[in-house]
Every structure is written in C-alpha cells, then in structure tokens.
Design a protein around this ligand. Structure first.
Ligand code: FCX
Length: 382
C-alpha cells in the first residue's frame, strides 16, 4: 500500500495512510466529498440534513429529516452552570480558547459517556454555546433572548446573538452555507486527527473535541480564516497592480499568503468556488469582496512562480471572512469559531465511527505512531 522511506520522516505524516474514513474524502482536483457527494452539490442543503448524512451515510428523506431536526431540538437545552463559567473567562482570551473551555464545560456538566449520544448532544448545544460565547466575551450579558429550541441550528445562534441592523435572513443563509462547507474534510486534517487521537485513549467526546478545537485554532489551520480576512483588510484596494505588489511583499517578508495553498488540493477548492458564487449574489459591490475577487486571479499567478508551492490556488479561507463581515459579523477573531462549530459534526461522526464501527465494532486501538530516536546514544549517569 505504501513504501516508507526516510523522505517520509519528520514531514507531519503527510500522505501516509493510517486509517479509513467513512464520512468524507478529498481528491486533489475535486476537493471534499461527503459520503461520496461532491461538496458543491450539498452546499445549499440545511446543516441538519448534512449532519444526518455524516452520521448515517445517506441523505435523509423528508420524514427522516423532520425527525432528525426534532431530535436535535429536544437535545438543545444547555445545562445550568455554563453561563457562570463563561462569565469568569478573560475577555482578552481568543474565542477559540473560549470555545474549547465551553465544550469542556458541557462535558463536565452533562456528558453521558456514550459516543453517539454525547456527539448528538454537543451538536445540538453548539449554537447556544457559541451565541453565549459572543455575548459574554463582548460583555453583552443583558437581555439575552432565551434559547428558542423550535428554530434551526443557525436560527438559534442568530437569535442568541440578537444583533441590530442586520438582515438576518442573509446572515442565516451565509452561516448555513458556511457550516455545510466546513463540516468535514477527510480523516487526516489536523483537528480531526487530533480529536480522533484523543478519543482513541477513550477520553470523552467533549475532551476529544476540546482538543480538536485547540488544534484548529492555529493560523496554518482553522485560524487562517481570521488571518485571511485581516490580510484582505490590510490590502485595502482592488487595484490589480497594487494587489500584486502586496502579495509579492508578503512573500518577500516570508509571510504566508493566506487563503491560498493546500496540503492535498491541487486546484481551487470547490468550497472557495461556492463562496465566491454566493458573494457574487449577495455582495458583488462590497469593497472587500472586490479585493478577494482580484486576489483570486492575481495570487495564483504570483505563487506559481515558486515551484515549491504545490497548489497556488484559492483555498476555503479566502472568501469566508469577507462574507461573514458583510452579513454583520465584523470581528475576525470569531471566524474560526464558526469553523469549529461546523467541524464538531464531522469530527463527532468520525469519532463515533472509529470508536463504535471500525474493526467490527471493537474500535481503533489507542494511537501510537512510531518515532525513531535521533541524537540519542545510550549513556549512563557517572
Ligand atoms: N503562501 C506562502 N507560502 C506558501 C503558501 C502560501 N499560500 N503555500 C505554500 N507555501 C510554501 C510552504 O510554506 C512551504 O514552504 P517551505 O518549503 O519553506 O516549508 C512550501 O510552499 C511548500 O508547501 P506546500 O507543500 O505547497 O504546502 P503545505 O502542505 O506545506 O502547506 C498550507 C499547506 C495550507 C499550510 C500552506 O499552503 C499555507 O501556509 N497557506 C497559507 C495559509 C492558509 O491559507 N491556510 C489555510 C489552509 C486550509 F484551508 C485549512 O486547513 O484551513
């Protein structure tokens, strides 16, 4: 299946097969597919239906869809005690750290130690948890609307957030698309791998997911969407020559050109393509959207001058910040929490598969890759 040579050592396990994944696969040219469906074909479905797909490996029929939504609604209420923990966290802390603590808190307060039940409960509780994280971190703790469990997952988040002067139907559309696009991305991406590794030691879903969120919080992984929008704001122009100069300047300064490149993809990420199409529909004249439209054509040209860069094309993070900003979610520090919210579905489904389905139901054993000793000869204390 695979020949391992010294060239595979110390490269982050890149490309080395270590397991199987039942929820999604990524191809270099077409990007991610959920249970066989290319992501673009799922992009306008409800997040609830796509969660159903990841857990059941089939899309729901209308009856299954309604029952699944009702099931999630019945699990949505947060236990008492979450708000007092959130109220004690430092507002300077990054929202991803709040999310990790929030997930741990849910686990401490009402984990039931059943992989599937805990995964479903966590998915159902994420919208309210995330909404409260925004409210407490920003000190907007007065008059928080109560959780309306009859709403969709996205609706419960926007209801909790309760922002003024926004078009909530466009916000809900952007968030629903965002969630579907970010739910899963094969088995080996850093956050998913981390979540499954922690779960392999039979820690709880909550501990595993908190670990996964910590992995997602790095700027080369999930936090690239925050960095990418900060980068777009810094460019501050949609003049192609100026954008090109900016990209060259970043490369010269040895900084990453955010929103471009990928470990597996070798073409534009279809999740970027879907978000560009959505942007053309809802905000074609937005200044930042105009910048990313130009970046999308200029940056690949410049990046492909460096033969070391395997994929000079746009990745998922290029457009998401611009769309979130347009609908009224203005602080880029929060953007990765939406990525985390979405990934709870894919990581949860993969953990449930690894713990309860793989190896005839025995589950994958505790992770233990091999490391080769380096610069260590046997010696003794005199
Ligand atoms: N800007 C600058 N340099 C880049 C680059 C980019 N967009 N993409 C690749 N490179 C560099 C790498 O840093 C590496 O340099 P090195 O040889 O000095 O170590 C070299 O090109 C080869 O990298 P490559 O094999 O093409 O890609 P990797 O698998 O190592 O890295 C990421 C993939 C995504 C980390 C890389 O392309 C990058 O840093 N992109 C910018 C950050 C970003 O947008 N991240 C989001 C990724 C993603 F969608 C997600 O996981 O969230």
């Amino acid at each position: 299946m695979f020949e391992i040579t010294s060239s595979h050592i110390n490269i982050g396990m890149r490309g080395i097969p270590v397991g199987t994944c039942r929820t999604s696969f990524v191809t270099p040219s077409e990007g991610v597919h959920y249970c066989g469906y290319p992501i673009a074909e799922l992009a306008s479905m409800s997040p609830e239906d796509v969660v159903y797909l990841l857990f059941n490996k089939e899309l729901p029929n209308p009856k299954q869809s309604a029952e699944f939504k009702a099931d999630l609604q019945s699990r949505g209420a947060l236990p008492d005690g979450v708000e007092s923990v959130l109220s004690s966290l430092p507002s300077e802390g990054h929202p991803m750290d709040w999310l990790s603590v929030g997930i741990h808190t849910l686990g401490m307060l009402d984990g039931v130690n059943n992989w599937k039940e805990d995964a479903m409960n966590l998915i159902a509780r994420m919208p309210r948890l995330l909404g409260l994280i925004f409210r407490y971190r920003e000190g907007r703790t007065e008059n928080i609307p109560s959780d309306d469990l009859s709403l969709s997952l996205v609706g419960r988040f926007t209801n909790t957030l309760d922002l003024e002067d926004i078009d909530s139907s466009v916000m809900n559309q952007v968030l629903a698309t965002y969630l579907v696009l970010h739910m899963d991305h094969g088995g080996g991406n850093l956050s998913t791998f981390t979540g499954k590794a922690v779960a392999s030691g039979k820690a709880t879903i909550y501990s595993s997911m908190a670990g996964a969120m910590n992995a997602l919080s790095g700027p080369l992984h999930g936090r690239a969407n925050q960095s990418c929008f900060e980068f777009v704001k810094k460019i501050g122009t949609s003049n192609p020559d100026e954008v090109e100069d900016f990209v060259r300047g970043e490369l010269q300064a040895k900084r990453p050109v955010f929103g471009f490149g990928h470990a597996v993809l070798r073409a534009e990420d279809p999740r970027a393509t879907v978000q560009f199409a959505l942007g053309e529909q809802i905000c074609p004249h937005d200044e930042y959207f105009k910048t990313i439209r130009v970046l999308r054509s200029v940056a690949p040209k410049v990046l492909s001058e460096n033969p070391r860069i395997s994929n000079p094309n746009a990745n998922v993070d290029i457009a998401s910040g611009t769309l979130l900003n347009f609908v009224g979610l203005r602080d880029p520090e929060y953007y990765t929490t939406f990525f985390g919210w979405a990934r709870v579905a894919g990581i949860g489904a993969q953990i449930v598969d690894e713990r309860t389905v793989m190896r005839g139901g025995k589950g994958t054993p505790i992770y233990r890759p091999k490391y080769i000793a380096e610069e260590q000869t046997l010696r003794h204390v005199d």
